[in-house]
Ligand binder design. Structure first.
Ligand SMILES: NC(=O)c1ccc[n+]([C@@H]2O[C@H](COP(=O)([O-])OP(=O)(O)OC[C@H]3O[C@@H](n4cnc5c(N)ncnc54)[C@H](OP(=O)(O)O)[C@@H]3O)[C@@H](O)[C@H]2O)c1
Length: 316
């Protein structure tokens, strides 16, 4: 099956930008629905073969409109924190079901679904449970004659990520990092590798009906990740690891902030190791990059400067 047009739901986000760029490089047309075109990143707007359209993907008519004519749909929509109308249930569990129904109505036969490592309807957090439920609903599309592939990455890193960049910013301005869940384990995977695996899978029949855990080559604790980030930005700050109770307390306090950095639900997610039980899927014929090799290539703007503390206090 040759894929020439793809609709990428959530394509305006971090993974979406890298995926859309790769699709464009391979000459595949890409439709990226967004809730607000004005917020779309400039890098996305200038990509050839990419059209950005405003749509409410929670509305069936809009969803059908953006899927019509596509050879495949990729669903990257996901949230890390709930707020107002943004519920895990709606974004992670209900939407995949509605995407499948829309595929049936519009005749789209290929569905790539982005889940998350450790997603499980019986998982320890609302995030993991909703992702697990969504995965089941996406996989159920097979019964409707749709070829589904599910991707389950650990933390995804790379230019524009929120996780590593968040720590890089904190390291720049805070003299000490009080770190919840310091021993939580992760196996981060490079965004370019995720984008390549998804693009390669599009028309590879061997991937139809499969679920793939995607991890980089190495496992790190959260404390090690923060320490490595500190070295990459020349900001080796002391880290104060918090125990379980203090981790929940810190998250509960942070939930009161308008900008959600971490929630108690995130702490629950980190109670299970976010690592792959087996290696990189053989079906993708390349080796994933290590975090150490990539980190220094995209954190340059976060490099510590002597007067960062003054700058922050002066609001510059
Ligand atoms: N980044 C990671 O470390 C990581 C790890 C494991 C799994 N994942 C999964 O990978 C996928 C992509 O992650 P990402 O980091 O690229 O996310 P992201 O940067 O936050 O982008 C997600 C996109 O989804 C859209 N979106 C978010 N909430 C929505 C809602 N309620 N209704 C409609 N659209 C909504 C947004 O588009 P508009 O604002 O333009 O509408 C946004 O650009 C997600 O499913 C995530 O759970 C990511």
């Amino acid at each position: 099956m040759s894929v020439r047009n793809v609709t990428v739901l959530g394509g305006s986000g971090f993974v979406g930008l890298h995926l859309s760029r790769l699709l464009a490089e391979r000459g595949i047309g890409c439709c990226v629905p967004t809730r607000n075109r004005e917020h779309a990143k400039r890098e996305l707007l200038v990509l050839p073969n990419v059209s950005i359209v405003e749509a409410n993907v929670h509305d069936d008519a809009d969803l059908d409109r953006v899927l019509s004519g596509a050879d495949a749909v990729v669903n990257l929509i996901g949230i890390l924190h709930e707020s107002g109308k943004q519920s895990f249930q709606r974004a992670h569990a209900d939407l995949p079901h509605r995407v499948v129904q829309s595929c049936v109505r519009t005749g789209v036969k290929r569905y790539l679904h982005m889940s998350a490592l450790c997603a499980d309807p019986a998982g320890p957090s609302n995030y993991l449970r909703s992702k697990g439920e969504g995965e089941e609903r996406a996989a159920a599309a097979a019964a409707q004659g749709i070829d589904v592939t599910v991707f389950r990455p650990s933390i995804v890193f790379g230019r524009g990520d929120s996780f590593i960049n968040l720590f890089a910013t904190m390291l720049r301005f805070a003299p000490l990092i009080p770190l919840g869940s310091p021993n939580a384990r992760f196996q981060p995977v490079w965004v370019e590798d995720v984008a390549r695996a998804m693009t390669d899978a599009l028309s590879d029949q061997a991937t139809f009906g499969q679920r793939y855990d995607l991890c980089g080559p190495n496992v790190y604790t959260l404390r090690e990740l923060v320490r490595m980030t500190g070295r990459a930005v020349d900001c080796p700050r002391p880290i104060l690891g918090l125990g379980r109770t203090l981790s929940f307390l810190q998250a509960a306090v942070m939930e009161l902030s308008p900008v959600k950095l971490i929630t108690r639900d995130n702490v629950r997610s980190m109670s299970v190791d976010n690592v792959c039980g087996c290696g990189w899927p053989e079906v993708f014929r390349f080796r994933p990059a290590a975090l150490e090799a990539i980190l220094p290539t995209y954190l340059g703007s976060h490099r510590c400067r002597a007067n960062d503390g003054f700058r922050m206090r002066a609001g510059r």
